[in-house]
Design a protein. Structure first.
Length: 248
């Protein structure tokens, strides 16, 4: 048993698979791979992946939510800036419609180190995506990084849409009115590179989700990328700077 554990740990190290750590910093299993198969062992670990809920658990959860939503926080007290953990000296939270071209950001261009764009772009109309990415790119400082993750083409979410929900190619409307676009790696590459960013990573993350109780297999597809604002002047901007300097 110990040998098996040692072997799997060394495999994890070699393949650099993300894994959980116990308090002694010992890697245990790759993230997402701990499945509860024997209910008697439920207290042996603090986390199990891909749990199925029983009817009783679902009913108990519904009852709990009914109870805890009976009294609502006043609307005027719901702003994130009013949270007791919010520190205005350390962060600046604000609401901004990234599609609104006329709305200025509360800071100048070229000062952000990192922009996190996680499952945001897919909710925006494809015709507006390039404009949004261009504006975000302007906000990055040289060397700044835009981190992207979103739905990939033929993810199970796309396959599950019923007829009548498709707005345009690979762009759908959900029942609640929100939108979802499903990207290819090539589209992601073109969009961010057109915005003047260099591709540092662009991959398709494909996983198989299995509902073993129902014996259902579901293919998940996400696109993930890291795009960097060039550190140095591009040929175009250096020509501009050179011509400005030589005329000044
Ligand atoms: C599917 S949610 C993802 C939320 C979160 N990033 C996550 O992964 O759980 C889509 C997010 O995109 C944001 N979003 C959609 N359109 C936007 C717009 N025009 N301007 C700013 N944010 C927008 C929504 O506010 C929402 O938080």
């Amino acid at each position: 048993m110990y040998v098996i554990w040692r072997n799997s740990v060394s495999c994890l190290r070699i393949r650099k698979v993300p894994h959980r750590f116990q308090s002694g910093n010992h890697p245990v299993v790759p993230l997402g791979s701990r499945i509860l198969t024997d209910p008697a062992k439920v207290f042996e670990h603090n986390m199990w992946d891909h749990m199925q809920w029983s009817e009783e658990e679902a009913a108990a959860a519904r009852k709990k939510v009914e109870e805890n939503s009976a009294v609502r926080v006043l609307l005027e007290e719901q702003g994130v800036c009013l949270h007791s953990s919010y520190r205005a000296a350390q962060c600046c939270a604000f609401v901004h419609d990234v599609c609104d071209e006329g709305l200025p950001y509360p800071f100048p261009d070229g000062i952000l180190d990192v922009i996190l764009l996680v499952f945001v772009l897919s909710s925006i109309h494809p015709d507006r995506m390039q404009g949004v990415v261009n504006r975000l790119s302007n906000l990055l400082k040289p060397g700044g990084m835009l981190l992207f993750r979103d739905y990939g083409r033929y993810d199970k979410t796309q396959l599950r849409f019923k007829r009548g929900h498709c707005l345009s190619e690979n762009f759908y409307v959900r029942g609640d009115g929100t939108r979802a676009y499903f990207f290819t790696k090539g589209e992601v590459h073109n969009m961010f590179c057109k915005a003047g960013l260099d591709e540092k990573q662009n991959l398709v993350d494909r996983r198989l989700q299995v509902n073993r109780k129902k014996q259902v297999k579901m293919h998940r597809v996400w696109v993930q990328g890291k795009f960097q604002k060039p550190l140095y002047l591009t040929q175009k901007t250096s020509k501009l700077v050179f011509s400005l300097l030589s005329h000044g």
